[in-house]
Design a protein around this ligand. Structure first.
Ligand SMILES: Cc1ncc(COP(=O)(O)O)c(C=O)c1O
Length: 432
C-alpha cells in the first residue's frame, strides 16, 4: 500500500495510478492543477463508517458535512449511498436538496444565522440546529418548527491544529453550559415537540479516548435536561471530527475502537438518564472524502537560491491548508515512485506570498525537472472548496475517477472567470 489503507492509490511499475487511472494520463487529458477524487474510496469510507457503528448500535446514521467538499457530484454520490447532509448555509441546503437528500435528513447548523437563513430552512422543512438562544426569539416571528436541535459547546475542544478547535472558551460556536436548559425549556414552551442535541468540538482527531470523553460530557449535559424538562431526544449528534493521518507514520484511527467506546459510553449514559434509544448521528466531512482526493500539479520552474525551490502550477489559491495553518500534506513524485527521495526541496506555488509553500526542505528526488508531475495527497476535504482566485489565478478542474474511468466534474477556470461579473463604471471608460 502506498498510502495508509487507500487501496485505490497504486504503484504500477513506478507510476502512480488512482482508482485504475494513470495520473499522468489524467494530467495530459485534463491539464494541471487537477483535483482527482476516487469514487471507490469514498464508497469504501462511507461503508467502513456505517459498518463499524451499526454493528454496535443499529440506530446509527451518517450525515455528510457538505463544507468538506461541495462538488455536486460528490454530494450526489454520498446522497445515493444514503447519507444525510450537515449543511452550514442556505446554498449548502440548496445543494443537498438538489442532490436528493430529503429535508428531514438535512441538518442546518448555520453559524450566526440571519433571519433570511432561518426562514429558508423553516420554509423548506430542513431540520434546524441553533447555536444560540436568541435565535429562538427570532424564530417566533418566522415560524416555530416541530423539531429543534441545539449545538452545545461542551467546554472541551481538541485538534492538532489550533484553528480546528471548535469548542471551549475561545470558540465562537455553540451554546454554553449555563444556557442549555433555558434553550430547551423555551423551545418546549414555544411548542417544539421533538429535539436533537449536537456538538462539534474539533476536527481531525485521531484519539479514540477523546471521542469517548466528549460523548460522556454531551450526555451528562443532555441527560439531566431530558429528565427535568421531560423531553425525548430524537437524536444525539456527535459531530464530525474523525481524523485521517496526514503524515507518514501517523496511525489511522481505529474506527471499530471508536464505535465500540462511543457506543459503550452512549449506552451507559442513555440508561443512566433513562433516555431510550435515540438515533446516533455522526456528520463527518474529512473522514469520508479526505484521502479520496489528490491534487496533481506540474513543475513550472526550478530555482537554485538559498535553497532549491521547485515551482508548481498549483499554489495557495489551489490548496490553502499549508498556508492557512501550516498543514502537512504528503507529496508523491508521480512519474517515478521508485526514485530515491534524498534531496531537500521546497515545493512552492506562483502566488506572491511567502506562505505559498507546500513543502519545506522535504526529501524528494534530486533530478526533478520542469514538466514533472507531483501528487499532493489527502486533499479531498477542505481542498478545492477553500480555493480562491487570489493573484488572478483561475481555480483548478476536478475529476471523479472509478475503475479506470474519469469524469470531469468541474471545468477549469480561465480568464473569463476572473473578470466575470465585474464592471467598469462609465466615467472610467474612454481615454485616460
Ligand atoms: C457542524 C459541523 N459538522 C461537521 C463538520 C465536519 O468536520 P470534519 O471534517 O472534522 O468531519 C464540521 C466542520 O467544520 C462542522 O462545523
Amino acid at each position: 500500500m502506498i498510502w495508509n489503507s487507500v487501496a485505490e492509490l497504486e504503484n504500477r511499475q513506478g507510476r502512480l495510478y488512482f482508482d485504475g487511472c494513470s495520473v499522468e494520463e489524467l494530467a495530459r487529458e485534463f491539464g494541471t492543477p487537477l483535483y482527482v477524487y476516487s469514487e471507490n474510496r469514498i464508497r469504501a469510507n462511507y461503508r467502513r463508517l456505517l459498518e463499524a457503528y451499526q454493528k454496535e448500535y443499529p440506530r446509527f446514521a451518517a450525515y455528510y458535512a457538505v463544507k468538506a467538499n461541495n462538488n455536486p457530484a460528490i454530494i450526489k454520490l454520498l446522497a445515493q449511498l444514503g447519507a444525510g447532509a450537515d449543511v452550514a448555509c442556505v446554498n449548502e441546503i440548496r445543494m443537498a436538496q438538489a442532490a436528493g437528500v430529503p429535508p428531514e435528513k438535512i441538518l442546518y447548523s448555520g453559524v450566526y444565522n440571519s433571519d433570511r437563513d432561518l426562514r429558508y430552512a423553516v420554509e423548506n422543512g430542513v431540520r434546524l440546529n441553533l447555536e444560540d438562544v436568541s435565535q429562538l426569539d427570532r424564530l417566533e416571528a418566522i415560524g416555530i418548527p416541530s423539531f429543534l436541535c441545539f449545538r452545545i459547546n461542551p467546554g472541551i475542544g481538541a485538534s492538532g491544529i489550533e484553528g480546528l478547535i471548535f469548542a471551549g472558551p475561545d470558540a465562537k460556536f455553540g451554546i454554553i453550559e449555563r444556557d442549555i436548559e433555558r434553550a430547551y425549556a423555551k423551545a418546549k414552551t414555544l411548542g417544539v415537540q421533538t429535539f436533537g442535541i449536537h456538538m462539534m468540538t474539533g476536527s481531525n482527531i485521531l484519539s479514540v479516548s477523546y471521542f469517548e470523553q466528549v460523548v460522556e460530557k454531551l450526555l451528562d449535559l443532555a441527560g439531566p435536561i431530558a429528565q427535568k424538562l421531560n423531553i425525548q431526544f430524537d437524536f444525539i449528534d456527535i459531530g464530525g471530527s474523525l481524523g485521517v493521518p496526514y503524515r507518514p507514520g501517523e496511525e489511522e484511527l481505529d474506527l471499530d475502537a471508536v464505535a465500540r467506546t462511543v457506543v459503550g459510553k452512549l449506552r451507559q449514559k442513555l440508561s443512566q438518564y433513562n433516555m431510550g434509544e435515540p438515533l446516533l448521528l455522526h456528520e463527518p466531512g474529512r473522514f469520508l472524502v479526505c484521502d479520496a482526493g489528490i491534487l496533481l500539479a506540474s513543475v513550472t520552474s526550478i530555482k537554485d537560491g538559498h535553497k532549491r525551490f521547485v515551482g508548481l502550477d498549483a499554489g495557495m489559491h489551489t490548496l490553502l491548508r499549508p498556508a492557512l495553518y501550516g498543514a502537512y500534506h504528503h507529496i508523491l513524485y508521480a512519474g517515478d515512485l521508485s526514485a530515491a527521495c534524498d534531496t531537500p526541496l521546497n515545493l512552492v506555488g506562483q502566488v506572491c506570498e511567502n506562505t505559498d509553500q507546500f513543502a519545506k526542505d522535504r526529501p524528494l528526488p534530486a533530478n526533478v525537472k520542469v514538466g514533472d508531475l507531483f501528487a499532493i495527497l489527502n486533499v479531498g476535504s477542505y481542498g478545492f472548496c477553500m480555493s480562491s482566485q487570489y493573484n488572478s489565478q483561475p481555480r483548478a478542474a476536478e475529476v471523479l475517477v472509478a475503475n479506470g474511468r474519469a469524469s470531469l466534474i468541474r471545468e477549469r477556470e480561465g480568464y473569463q472567470n476572473i473578470i466575470q461579473g465585474t464592471r467598469i463604471p462609465p466615467h472610467l471608460i474612454g481615454e485616460a
